[in-house]
Design a protein around this ligand. Structure first.
Ligand SMILES: Nc1nc2c(ncn2[C@@H]2O[C@H](COP(=O)(O)OP(=O)(O)OP(=O)(O)O)[C@@H](O)[C@H]2O)c(=O)[nH]1
Ligand SMILES: [Mg+2]
Length: 207
């Protein structure tokens, strides 16, 4: 677990009696680059890894990041949790159990693997709809195509993914953990959206 906290002061006198928490559940097939995307964001640097080099598959659902973030409009501080869901079939039951409570989802697919796009727009959209206790229009859902820096191997066009996203009124981003293209933009948009949809913040009592 990689835990990052921007605030350095731990004086209990300064600590508010509650904090705001927003959790993002990151789903998608195995090997699409979910963990790499999270790492490139929290480390603020391109992923230091050779393309194609194997990375450890995520086991079950890993609490990848706890980060304090200041929202752009309200200036409120939220605790952002990123739940990184392993894409292997064997973890499906544990991943589905996380979808119930979630209200913010990244549905990730590999732009260079059409099967993962088909899975994103059929399987992953469906299981969020069936398992999440909130209606889809009460959730923030982002469709994210990864590995966009390897344009020559692209199998899913931007237009095709955008058409799907528009049908469901969800946002679509193309990102690369290697070049960091659009990574900060994705999270900046997420913070603005969280600021706008107040109910998406859960009040968590510290004591
Ligand atoms: N070219 C390219 N390769 C990437 C990128 N992001 C990830 N990869 C590669 O894709 C493979 C899978 O990345 P992971 O981040 O482990 O994928 P995952 O979705 O977390 O996989 P699971 O944990 O099994 O669900 C690794 O070999 C990465 O190096 C990217 O932006 N560009
Ligand atoms: Mg992973």
């Amino acid at each position: 677990m990689n835990v990052q906290n921007k605030r350095t002061s731990d004086s209990t006198q300064e600590r508010p009696p509650f904090s705001l928490v927003s959790s993002v559940t990151v789903v998608g097939d195995s090997n699409v680059g979910k963990t790499s995307l999270i790492l490139s964001y929290i480390n603020s640097s391109p992923l230091n890894q050779q393309p194609g080099a194997s990375q450890r598959a995520t086991i079950g659902v890993e609490n990848s990041c706890l980060k304090q973030v200041e929202l752009p409009t309200s200036s409120e501080i939220i605790n952002l949790h990123l739940f990184d869901a392993g894409g292997h079939e064997q973890f499906r039951n544990v991943v589905l159990s996380y979808l119930k409570q979630g209200r913010i989802f990244f549905i990730v697919f590999d732009l260079c693997n059409e099967d993962t796009f088909n899975s994103a727009v059929t399987y992953w959209m469906r299981v969020i709809k069936e398992n999440c206790k909130y209606a889809l229009d009460e959730c923030l859902i982002y469709l994210i195509g990864t590995k966009c820096e390897v344009e020559q191997y692209r199998e899913v066009s931007q237009e095709r993914a955008q058409i799907f996203a528009d049908q469901f009124s969800i946002r679509y981003f193309e990102v690369s953990a290697f070049s960091r293209h659009n990574v900060d933009c994705l999270f900046k948009t997420l913070y603005a959206d969280i600021d706008e949809v107040k109910a998406i913040k859960i009040i968590y009592r510290m004591h």
